[in-house]
Design a protein around this ligand. Structure first.
Ligand code: ADP
Ligand code: MG
Length: 329
């Protein structure tokens, strides 16, 4: 079969199933399943594959464990939920040491403990070659209170909870450092060490899911739509727009950029704005809210929801009219 896009494939799969009307299935950050207790159960699952999502030689087992937990906890945060139970399936390549697994679980547990997540099961297998990790995470929220991607309304402010592009900058530094170690680049490059480099690399390896922020935002009456930023806002905002039947205008100069990203980009001639818009894995929250809503957490308005059901984004203040986020195919 010729490859179609990731989202065409998901559509093909989801078209074959018809969940009960009270259940939210495929299409949001989590499935939402109402329970008799009066709570809704939130479920998300994510696959991390060696050489696709991480380079085993570059990431420490602790960081990989942390990140595996973080990407899933972030999906629960993006619906405004509380993260609760995890299932971990792992396929290990030949020769993986028990100490490697201990360190991986150490990183996984450090973030899970902090977020109140307990591991309840999983599966373990040998893999012929590469390492595969799959985590399924369950959480909960009060019935009917999960924040969807589909609620954005014309006139809403589009906001984010923190600086964008750090993780993409960190990844470029990791790749640069790895190329240097293999002597593929000259020593004339600026050093990929120092505080700013370490901060960006840490933002890539140890994202902090915004669980508390997600819950505070979800409690606001004016909060209309939310998701987490895993593929870059150029791609992720489009999911909100398409699910809501609206379009948006984004002011590129309003997108928050960290001092560390600006300094690294200056030294290397990288475009910080492009990394912020197209780079993924920041795991900040992207949300839309009625003007006049006042979240009691730090947030940055970056644009507005406008009329037009095509899900278009008009980028204001840059030298490009179109940006791409990360896609798998
Ligand atoms: P996120 O980036 O928040 O993890 P994705 O873009 O990976 O979300 O997935 C979008 C939606 O598609 C989610 O609701 C997810 O559960 C669903 N999905 C992705 N892959 C599959 C699949 N193979 N089968 C069923 N649903 C899928
Ligand atoms: Mg998500």
């Amino acid at each position: 079969m010729a490859h179609t896009g990731e989202f065409d494939l998901i559509e093909r799969i989801s078209a074959r199933f018809d969940p009960a009307p009270e259940v939210t299935g495929i299409g949001d950050d989590c499935a939402v399943i109402p329970q008799k207790s009066g709570l809704d159960t939130l479920v998300t699952t994510d696959l991390l594959i060696e050489d696709r999502h991480f380079l085993l030689g570059d990431i420490s087992p602790e960081d990989l464990g942390w990140k595996s937990a973080a990407v899933n906890i972030s999906d629960i945060a993006s619906m405004g939920g509380k993260a609760e139970s995890a299932f971990l399936s792992i396929a290990l390549p030949p020769g993986t040491a028990a100490q490697w697994v201990d360190a991986f679980i150490g990183g996984f547990k450090a973030l899970s403990d902090r977020c109140g997540v307990v591991l309840l099961g999983g599966d373990t297998s040998a893999s012929p070659d590469k390492l595969f990790i799959n985590i399924t995470l369950l959480g909960s929220c009060p019935h009917g209170k999960a924040v969807r991607r589909s609620g954005a309304r014309e006139g809403d402010l589009v906001c984010v909870t923190g600086p964008l592009g750090d993780s993409a900058g960190g990844l470029k530094l990791i790749l640069e450092r790895s190329a240097r170690a293999h002597s593929e680049v000259s020593d004339s490059l600026p050093p990929s060490s120092g505080d700013a480099c370490e901060t960006l690399i840490r933002r890539h390896y140890r994202p902090e899911p915004k669980i508390a922020e997600g819950q505070r935002l979800a409690a606001l009456a004016g909060l209309h739509a939310m998701m987490d930023i895993s593929d870059g806002i150029a791609s992720d905002l489009r999911h909100i727009l398409k699910a809501s039947g609206v379009s948006a205008e984004i002011n590129l100069s309003d997108i928050p950029l960290s001092a560390e990203l600006l300094s690294i980009c200056r030294s290397r001639g990288w475009d910080a704005g492009e990394l912020a818009v197209s780079g993924g894995e920041d795991y900040e929250l992207l949300f839309t809210m009625a003007p006049g809503t006042e979240p009691d957490i730090p947030y940055w308005p970056i644009g507005r929801i406008v009329r037009g059901n095509e899900g278009n984004i008009r980028w204001i203040g840059g030298n490009k009219t179109e940006y791409q986020g990360f896609t798998h195919f």
